[in-house]
Write a protein that binds this ligand. Structure first.
Ligand code: AR6
Length: 177
């Protein structure tokens, strides 16, 4: 599923983000940039040790912020590491922090003149964010960014399983129509 917002194409697809050929892929990291399970583990495995070497030098990333490293052996030239919130019932600023994770990733991409970026469903795995709410916030943030900024031509949301894809599609339709 896809839609054109201002000068940006926003696409949803089911798949493995490590196979993406966009300029950057986004990693759902932790504050220590220490690697881990889920999409984080998959990106470091596929991209090789150059990514972790740069993460160690950077040292960490607060929740809601983003940093950039090489893509190592990935087809994507860069990995943008962002840290989504751990979901604790929704009363600990989680929505603001999740939107910030998407927005700061997009700002970093723009600053590096990147034209295309792929996102996973940040915080919806180990960090426990309810997928429907996370999908709404992810897509709303990307739509608003595309309305306010030109430069990023393609934003892809790569959903790892069919259920997550279906939920993202439903929320996307609600936001568009
Ligand atoms: N491609 C795309 N999406 C994937 C892939 C993949 N290869 N693998 C998993 N997903 P999670 P979080 C989906 O847990 O909730 C790590 O240990 C997955 O199905 O990776 O932000 C970090 O180090 C889910 O929909 O990230 C942190 O400690 C989504 O990616 C912590 O987990 C996010 O799930 C971050 O937790």
């Amino acid at each position: 599923m896809e839609a054109e917002i201002n000068q940006t194409k926003i696409t949803l697809a089911c798949g493995d983000i490590t196979a993406e050929t966009t300029d950057a892929i986004v990693n759902a990291a932790n504050e220590r940039l220490a690697g881990g399970a889920g999409v984080d583990g998959a990106i470091h495995r596929a991209g090789g040790p150059a990514i972790m070497a740069q993460c160690r030098k950077i040292g960490g990333c607060p929740t809601g912020q983003a940093v950039i490293t090489t893509g190592g052996n990935l087809q994507a030239k860069y990995v943008i590491h962002t840290v989504g919130p751990i979901y604790r019932g929704g009363t600990r600023n989680e929505a603001i922090l999740l939107q910030s994770a998407y927005r700061e990733s997009l700002k970093l991409a723009l600053r590096h003149n990147l034209q295309s970026i792929s996102f996973p469903a940040i915080s919806t795995g180990v960090y426990g964010y309810p997928i429907d709410e996370a999908a709404h916030l992810a897509l709303k943030t990307c739509i608003e960014f595309a309305e306010e900024n030109t430069g990023i031509k393609l934003m892809r949301h790569i959903l790892f399983d069919q259920r997550t894809y279906d939920i993202f599609s439903g929320e996307f339709k609600k936001l568009l129509f």
